[in-house]
Design a protein around this ligand. Structure first.
Ligand code: GDP
Ligand code: GDP
Length: 437
């Protein structure tokens, strides 16, 4: 689903991250054992009155080293203007209106975007007179809030969802395979796109009437229809590389959100980097299918075990996605691009795979016989049965008698047993344990 994006903008210390945490706080689970961008808390899914949206704290975007505070704020405002459906401009009601606020206000007002002005740090129910100076910004009524005390947040959220664009919820056909190419700059994503689209076997199609066709690329290959998500920047890159780069974090995460399958492109001459790990963590946490493509394979000096060695290193660093298949490619020579397509199709089938309840329970029963569930103080975990409740990604609900006895390692064991029978290459599996009396 294509969710509206809300960006929080404002100078440092006005309370952006406090507000961000207040809005998404209880709803997002922070998992400690996995790397992931979610942990940086600049980007999260949020919900208000059944309306789902993506909230971005632009203040948390990493500053480039030599920048001044002002140029950073300007960049953050530009990112917001470029990405957001609604911009939430936060000012500090205790400090009053500052010249920096005015500058930001000017940029935002000229953008023509939907901008809401939130006047923060008003910690008492009574609205002080000082807030009236914020009318000078020309952005309408300031919405009075206290991020810290949680005052006025409901009214603010009402306003936010009110300003969402209509029919933002357009979804592509279910049978269209939605692929995002992700990875850090210079790993060869543009080259890969151009190689794929330059090939005769690929027929690039236009689907008129979709608002997204300017940035997504549709094509047919064999009998399948594909859309590569957000390829505009990649295809035009030569001219505007600097600008695109600056947006790359937000863009990458948004592309991951909108895709079913992420191809994580890694530079063979460089190996897995911190940023690759973060992107992979984000895709994994969000239940996306993943393929690892090691590009620039033509540059690697190869002996007979080189790729095994490579594979081993990748598995060690990206252990939490050890289900993801790895393919060694060259966007330059076209080596194994066919194989990459085969993998996309295989992984897509796995993503949609449904195991019948009967077969699933045969696997579970056999697993339980081979390796007893954990016990505590003489009481053993009792598993009644399981059933697959969803695809894309596949999700299993397992009914048990005593949920507190479920151990992560036993869940991992069950997952491995299921994978032994069905593979599920490229696909994260989700589990939920429910108690049944
Ligand atoms: P950011 O730099 O804009 O992300 O600002 P922070 O969220 O880090 O907040 C900056 C400071 O303002 C922190 O010391 C917060 O505790 C404080 N702060 C944030 N919201 C409020 C509020 O509603 N009332 C008061 N009194 N202080 C707040
Ligand atoms: P992007 O930033 O991820 O889109 O990366 P680009 O596609 O712009 O590639 C960055 C550089 O790597 C360019 O100079 C490409 O020509 C080069 N490159 C990309 N793929 C390959 C490859 O498979 N082999 C070699 N030798 N060079 C490549």
């Amino acid at each position: 689903m294509d969710r509206p994006i809300v960006c929080i903008v404002g100078r440092p210390n006005v309370g952006k991250s406090t507000l961000f945490n207040k809005i998404v706080g209880k709803r997002i689970a922070i998992t400690e054992d996995k790397p992931g961008v979610t942990r940086d808390r600049i980007y999260a899914e949020a919900e208000w009155l059944n309306k789902y949206f993506t909230l971005i704290d632009t203040g948390g975007l990493e500053p480039e080293n030599e920048d001044t505070i002002m140029s950073n704020i300007k960049k953050q405002a530009e990112i917001a203007i470029d990405t957001a459906d609604v911009i939430l401009f936060v000012v500090d009601g205790l400090d009053g209106l500052t010249s920096t606020d005015r500058e930001i206000g000017n940029i935002l007002r000229k953008s023509g975007k939907e901008v809401l002005l939130a006047c923060n740090k008003i910690d008492t129910p009574k609205t002080p007179n000082e807030i009236f100076e914020f009318y000078e910004l020309g952005l309408g009524d300031p919405i009075v809030i206290s991020g810290e005390q949680g005052l006025g947040i409901g009214d603010l959220l009402d306003e936010i969802v009110e300003h969402f664009p209509e029919n933002k919820d357009t979804e592509y056909d279910e049978d269209l395979i939605k692929v995002a190419l992700v990875g850090k700059p210079n790993v060869g994503k543009s080259s890969l796109i151009n190689n794929i689209l330059g090939e005769e076997r690929v027929i690039v199609t236009n689907i008129p009437g979709t608002t997204r066709d300017a940035i997504d690329t549709f094509f047919n290959y064999g009998d399948e229809r594909y859309v590569f998500i957000d390829t505009a920047g990649l295809r035009r890159k030569r001219n505007i590389s600097e600008k695109i780069e600056r947006y790359s974090v937000v863009r990458t995460l948004t592309a991951v959100d909108r895709s079913d399958i992420c191809i994580l492109v890694i530079d063979a001459t460089e190996g897995v980097t911190e940023q690759d790990t973060k992107i992979a963590g984000y895709a994994h946490d969000n239940g996306k299918a993943i393929i690892i493509a090691v590009n620039k394979w033509d540059l690697v000096e190869k002996g007979d075990k080189t790729y095994l060695q490579y594979e081993k290193e990748i598995r060690e660093t990206l252990g939490f996605i050890n289900y993801a298949p790895i393919v060694f490619i060259s966007a330059k020579t076209g080596q194994r691009i066919n194989k990459l397509f085969d993998l996309i199709n295989i992984v897509n089938n796995n993503y949609n795979l449904r195991i019948s309840t009967g077969v699933l329970n045969d696997i579970i029963n056999e697993a339980v016989l081979l390796n007893q569930p954990p016990s505590d103080k003489g009481v053993r975990l009792k598993i009644y049965y399981g059933t697959q409740v969803a695809v894309r990604p596949p999700k299993f609900v397992i009914f048990v008698k005593n949920k507190e006895l479920v151990h992560f390692s036993y869940q991992r064991y069950l997952e491995n047993q299921i994978r032994q029978h069905f593979g599920f290459a490229g696909v994260p599996l989700q589990f939920e344990f429910r108690e049944k009396g």
